[in-house]
Design a protein around this ligand. Structure first.
Ligand code: IPM
Ligand code: MN
Length: 368
């Protein structure tokens, strides 16, 4: 997965005797708590092998809490989260809560307020994992999407005019700032260089239609590229990107894209790497507090059955360790996961051949 050493600059915050990481945990809704339990189990085990300590700070935010209290994320909690070394998030989304309340009020609010301007999503096929792509294997499906995470269509800029009438107008504006675009593209170049594989960075946009927004992106991309002569650059329109991800995923090393396109292509990415059960992501503020999550939703229909795949949450934990500079511990998890995936019947919920907690136990067993 993330094979870089782009670690948190503030890693010195962990106390030096036995390094103790303060991890805020938001298990969230649906199957979130079940997968986070396994992730914590694995992180605890790896911490004891590596002589680290994790101080967990649990928060009960999510759909149930909202329905009981009408509270989504109070400022006081947000301010506490600013002091954590990282945040470990399960899933947000509840069938009885109207769409947008938790997404905007909790997940997007955290991303925005903590200025987690990168959404890092590795797309890697692990050994023995089924992919819907015929004749493609782990050596073909191994790239990373760097998604802008604080701007674009996600800012909530827009509004209605004459709502509910026949003359209704709805506007939703894509916000692209020079600073926001540049910091994302810079991160992507640095990441590509540090990943040190094909050293190829592809900008995925829609320059033929988004002639303002992606004109800015393209100009900044070209400009920043001059500072990275060792990185090969490429461009693909987002629609073609979807096609190439299916047809020739081996062409990609790192893809940089805007918030909305990144959201969409990383679901496609998750499918080609074996499904939501294995797809993890990080919401990164390189100078601040970052948040790691399995990217699948809360899967309410599987709640409490012990059938959901915890590997995505476990891999999110691995990304968190990498980010904190604990790359030895992260590699222990990575090699364990690579030994466990071939033993599983499937990565799909209910078809793994193991329960949720058995998969967690298997990863722990292979940590050595
Ligand atoms: C994701 C999710 C979120 C997004 C939703 C839940 C707001 O789909 O993390 O990809 O669109 O970013
Ligand atoms: Mn998404």
């Amino acid at each position: 997965m993330a094979k870089t050493s782009m670690t948190k600059s503030t890693s010195a915050r962990a106390s030096s005797a036995t390094r103790t990481w303060r991890i805020a945990v938001i298990p969230g809704d649906g199957t979130g708590p079940e997968v986070i339990r396994e992730g914590r189990k694995v992180l605890e085990a790896v911490a004891s092998l590596e002589g680290l300590k994790v101080a967990w700070q649990p928060y009960q935010f999510g759909g149930e809490h909202y329905l009981k209290t009408k509270e989504v994320l109070p400022d006081s909690a947000l301010n506490e989260l600013r002091e954590a070394d990282a945040i470990y998030l399960g899933a947000i989304g509840h069938p009885d809560v109207a769409p947008g309340i938790l997404e905007r009020g909790l997940l997007l609010r955290l991303r925005f307020e903590l200025d987690q301007y990168i959404n890092l999503r590795p797309v890697q096929l692990y050994p023995g994992v089924w992919t819907p792509l015929k004749d493609k294997g782990p050596e073909d499906i191994d790239f990373v999407v760097v998604r802008e995470n604080t701007e674009g269509l996600y800012t909530g800029v827009g509004g209605f005019l004459r709502k509910g009438t026949a003359d209704e107008v709805a506007l939703q504006t894509s916000v692209n700032t020079r600073k926001g675009v540049e910091r994302c593209i810079r991160y992507a170049f640095e990441y590509t260089r540090a990943r040190n594989q094909d050293k190829k960075l592809t900008f995925c946009g829609k320059t033929n239609v988004l002639t303002y927004a992606h004109d800015l992106w393209q100009r900044v991309f070209n400009e920043v590229a001059k500072e990275y002569p060792d990185v090969t650059t490429d461009y693909t329109h987002v629609d073609a990107c979807c096609m190439w991800m299916v047809k020739n995923p081996e062409w990609f090393d790192v893809i940089v894209t805007d918030n909305m396109f990144g959201d969409i292509i990383t679901d496609l990415g998750a499918m080609i790497q074996g499904g939501m059960g294995v797809a993890a992501g990080g919401n990164i503020n390189p100078q601040g507090v970052s948040m790691f999550e399995p990217i699948g939703g809360s899967a309410p229909k599987y709640t409490g059955q012990g059938v959901i795949n915890p590997l995505a949450a476990i891999c999110a934990g691995m990304m968190m360790l990498d980010h904190l500079g604990e790359s030895k511990a992260a590699r222990r998890i990575e090699q364990a996961v690579k030994q466990v995936t071939p033993k599983m019947k499937s990565q799909a919920a209910g078809k793994m051949g193991y329960s949720t907690s058995e998969v967690g136990d298997l990863v722990v067993k292979h940590l050595k």
